[in-house]
Design a protein around this ligand. Structure first.
Ligand code: AMP
Ligand code: ZN
Length: 113
């Protein structure tokens, strides 16, 4: 999608620090980390909301969720981790391309905004 930051990372029009990539998604470091380790898993396909997903998108998201734990070394997941998907303004979604926050490296209390 034009003018989508994360689509530009996917297409490599803009450079970011990609630590993992497969046919479904890319993973890169969040520019403003909210934990010791903070990565974003971004589907290559553009959609904003879980509510917009087709069955095919749901399968894609399932594959991403299944792959994340296999990346335990590169994402430093061994002590435990948290996955977050912000949806809409009240949740603080700022980038209109669905993404999964992957946070690890420290004890995290329940800290919604
Ligand atoms: P959300 O608020 O859930 O939409 O998350 C968007 C995330 O994208 C935030 O955690 C930002 O810090 C992150 N972000 C914004 N711009 C960049 C960028 N240029 N490179 C990496 N992460 C970014
Ligand atoms: Zn996009």
């Amino acid at each position: 999608m034009e003018d989508c930051l994360f689509c530009k990372f996917v297409s490599k029009e803009l450079k970011t620090n990609i630590v993992y990539e497969n046919e479904d998604f890319i993973v890169f470091k969040d520019i403003a980390p909210q934990a010791k380790n903070h990565f974003l898993a971004v589907p290559k396909k553009h959609f904003k909301y879980l509510a917009d997903m087709t069955e095919e998108d749901a399968a894609l998201l399932g594959r991403i969720l299944k792959t994340i734990p296999t990346l335990k070394d590169v994402l430093e997941l061994k002590g435990g981790y948290r996955l977050v998907i912000n949806q809409g303004d009240d949740a603080g979604q700022t980038v209109p391309h669905l993404h999964i926050h992957i946070l690890s490296g420290q004890k995290m209390g329940w800290t919604p905004a």
